[in-house]
Every structure is written in C-alpha cells, then in structure tokens.
Write a protein that binds this ligand. Sequence first.
Ligand SMILES: [Zn+2]
Ligand SMILES: [Zn+2]
Length: 346
Amino acid sequence: MSFCVKCGAEGPVYESVCERCFLENRQFTKVADHVDLPQCAHCKDFSMEGKWVTQPTVEAAVEEAAIQSVQVMEGAQVVEVGAEVIEADKLNFRVNMQLAVEYKELRVEEERDTIVRVKNSVCGRCSKIKGSYFESTLQVRSRDRKLTEKEVDAILDRVQSMVEEMAAENREVFISKLDRVVGGAGGADVYLSSNSAGKVISRNLAEQYGAEVKDTAKLLTKREGKDVYRVTYLVRLPAYRYGDVVMFRKRMYLVGATRASNAKLTDMRTGESLMFSHGDLQDAKVIGMKDEMLDAVVLTETTKEVQILHPTTMRPIELRKPPRFEVKKDTVKVFVYDEEIFLLPK
Ligand SMILES: [Zn+2]
Ligand SMILES: [Zn+2]
C-alpha cells in the first residue's frame, strides 16, 4: 500500500502525494486577463489561431477565442467546456468558462474568467481587394471572329464559378477586377488575386473551348525570399466552334467536338471525319455558323438520295446523301453556300 509523503494518508498517490494534497494549490488551466480578437472591418471575419475565419455571431467568435486561449498543464486535457459570454459593451466581453480537466485518473472542474476584446482590423484578403491587388490576368479573346455577348457571359460564368470553388478552399483567391472588352472583337479581362488560379482557369478554358493559351510573366515582387510573378494568360478561342462550317485546305468541313489540342472535322461532301490540331486549323475560315444552318422539310428519301424543300426558294430539290447519312426527323439540317445546298453530315 502506498501512502502520501506529505500527510501520511494511505491510498493512490500522484507524484508521491495523495489526491487531496496533490490538488491543493494546483491549477491545471490558466487564461490571460485579456484576449484580443481581431475582426476585419470589411468582411467581418475573425483572426483565430493565425487564420481568418467566418463566425456565425460575435458571441460565437468571442467564446471560441476565450476557449482557444486556455492554457493547459502538460499531461492534462480539457474534456468538456461550458462558457457564458457576457457583453460589457459592443467590443468587450467577459467570458466565464467551466472546464472539466482530466489528469491521469483524476477529473477536476475548474472555473476561469477572461475578457475578450474585439479589435478592429483588416484581413489580408480585404487589404488586397482594397488595393486592387492582382497576380494574374486572364485575357479572353477570339481569333478572327467577334465574341458575342452571350459567349462572353458563358465564359465569365464559368470563370466565376471556378473562382468561387477555389475561394472555398483558399480565401485569398478572388476576382480583383473584371472588364469586358467593348467594341472590336469583344472579349474580357479578368484580374485574379492569385497566379495559380489564372493558370488553372486558363487551362480549363483551353480544354473547354479548344482555346490556345499564351502566358507572359513579369516579376512583381519578392515575398519571403521568393520571386512573385504577375502572369498574363492570353486565352484565344478558335474562330470556329462546334457546329460551324469551315473552309479548310479548299474543302468544306463541319466542325465536330473540339478539345484542348484538336478538333474533329467532317467533310461536307464525303462524310469522312478527320482530326486536326488547332495549330493546323489556324487557316480554317468559318463560312457558316451553327445558328445559320437551316431546316429543310424532307419530301421523299431513297437509299442514295433525299428530296427536300429548298428552305429559301421552297422548291423541291434532290440531294445525294453523304455516306452514313440518316434522315431521322421530318426535317434535315442544311447549309446554303454560294447558291449550293449541302446536307449536314452526321
Ligand atoms: Zn496527502
Ligand atoms: Zn476582410
């Protein structure tokens, strides 16, 4: 049987003394008189444990900050916390905490008080936003074609949702400025707070639209001994889009699926499909846009031919079907070019 070296009581000992002697004048937790809690004046986020975070209410932030400030004796752990937040004024709060602490087999209740002072501050993101800080620019343009408002809208929607997704992971990612190119060939300039965001988004647009990306970097500053570059990503959308008809190497093609590096073209006369790189296709000239294709009513169909009503003259006309061509509905899509009419291949 062990006994206390201080009072002689028999029973389990902690550092050679009994529970009562061990707990006498001993505190397992401590808190400072005051805890400062920086709050961003703009976005209202709080700085907690070195990170800016959103909190549902000031009281919730105050309670959290008080609990985080509790220092615990080595070997002990706080297993339960109850806290009461009492507002002294708008910026000062008294927090009373009931802490259940476990140390070896002992469980102790301690009560601690502190004052949390909310301090007006500005977070890194807001100071960057205020200063119109940007690390990369996304320049969206098109090759030999005017970008329509609708196309620019679709691209900007895509960019914005990607930025939102990235911001959920990293609050330092934001759009610093967004300019639409007015007049000329149209397009947009998007200024981004982060370089890597520009890189990821430009690659994504390249993949989505078969666009070509060119980047140019300029040294912006040094941060923590590292060079920080400001990069301009020029995203150039090809002149052609899915569903357009192009003239390329003296042949007429329907543009099929476009990918980051190439596009599928189907010969309008032979129905033959080929893949070409966007680099090769720089000479391709758009002669018909997707929304310029017309519907023609089908009158009769044989294995080799189809008789349709010419969509502009309304006269019946017979057309030879390209290989593998199928009539699926009462109408077929046709393209009228130089008074000639073409069935759109499959
Ligand atoms: Zn004792
Ligand atoms: Zn802020």
